[in-house]
Design a protein around this ligand. Structure first.
Ligand code: AMP
Ligand code: MN
Ligand code: MN
Ligand code: MN
Length: 282
């Protein structure tokens, strides 16, 4: 009998509805071709791609769960919480996401103003040109514009030199709060999962506080196998999952065939000692 942890589940990726470059339909095809048998599209702060993703998955015969990746401000830093198994028509979640997206337009103009200060003009229009969804203009779209302009050779370098804290194009932003975020996901019938914990710049005491608070609010999962983690971090966050009793998730965080180092469905499988977050969908 195959173990449930051996399922090729990819529960984190992005389409043109947020900052990915492929349509939900193309992502579904690509996931299935790469062996994915349980899939979720988790666009940032946005559910506009869910119906298309589900329909495309159904047409291929690939199991699908509704997903979203929500931007949260916690202890002064941006973290991401993934909601899985959510109902994309839930009013509480839709309204929460609308509020979370709301500041992106103003922030984008501020980013463009900041870039103009260092001699890069036309960044707002330039970034907007790359955004498939004008309600969801993100730093990724600025990064693509700066590459097109020849300012940097790839998006990774743009982030390092322009778009992160301490760099000229960085604009601080207040996203959703953690308790509300978990509550919206739960109200929509989903499970809340901490995305790529290895990416956050907290002390270990702060990380412990994050796990505790997240649990108190009703969060149940943590990404262990993600495109953002090194093999060492698979071990580290596998142990965290066991310590806190979190279910473990797996997702590539795929955005684009050229930009993303990890393709859909190609990460190592979840270690068999962990409880997969998808055990709740079976
Ligand atoms: P935003 O929500 O507008 O702040 O944009 C966040 C997105 O930027 C993330 O979801 C990633 O897709 C992308 N991103 C963040 N940091 C980096 C980085 N260092 N290199 C490449 N992409 C990044
Ligand atoms: Mn992204
Ligand atoms: Mn993320
Ligand atoms: Mn993501």
């Amino acid at each position: 009998m195959t173990r449930i942890s051996d399922l090729n589940a990819d529960l984190h990726c992005h389409s043109v509805v947020s900052d990915g470059t492929l349509t939900p339909e193309d992502l579904a095809q690509r996931a299935y071709a790469n062996g994915v048998r349980l899939w979720s599209l988790t666009d940032h702060d946005e559910l506009g791609g869910q119906e298309r993703a589900r329909a495309a998955a159904q047409a291929i015969g690939m199991a699908y769960v509704g997903g979203v990746e929500i931007s949260v401000t916690w202890m002064g830093q941006t973290i991401h919480i993934v909601g899985l198994g959510i109902d994309e028509k839930n009013p509480a979640l839709l309204e929460g996401l609308r509020l979370t997206r709301d500041g992106r337009g103003k922030r984008a103009r501020q980013i463009a103003d900041a870039l103009a200060q260092v001699g890069i003009d036309g960044a707002y229009e330039g970034a907007l040109h790359f955004a498939g969804n004008h309600d969801l203009i993100s730093r990724t779209h600025f990064a693509r514009f700066l590459v097109e302009r020849g300012v940097c050779r790839n998006t990774e370098t743009v982030f390092q030199n322009y778009l992160v804290e301490g760099k000229p194009g960085f604009v601080p932003h207040q996203w959703a709060n953690l308790e509300d975020t978990v509550s919206w996901i739960k109200q929509a019938g989903g499970v809340a999962v901490i995305a790529h914990p290895g990416r956050y710049d907290f002390t270990s005491t702060q990380m412990d506080q994050l796990y505790e608070r997240f649990k108190d609010f009703g969060g149940v999962g943590i990404e262990v196998i993600t495109g953002s983690h090194s093999p060492d971090q698979y071990q580290t966050y596998g142990k965290i999952a066991e310590k806190y009793g979190f279910m473990a998730s797996r997702g590539s965080d795929f955005h684009d065939p050229k930009e993303s180092h990890i393709d859909l469905g190609t990460l190592p499988l979840l270690p068999s000692n962990l409880t997969p977050v998808w055990s709740v969908f079976h």
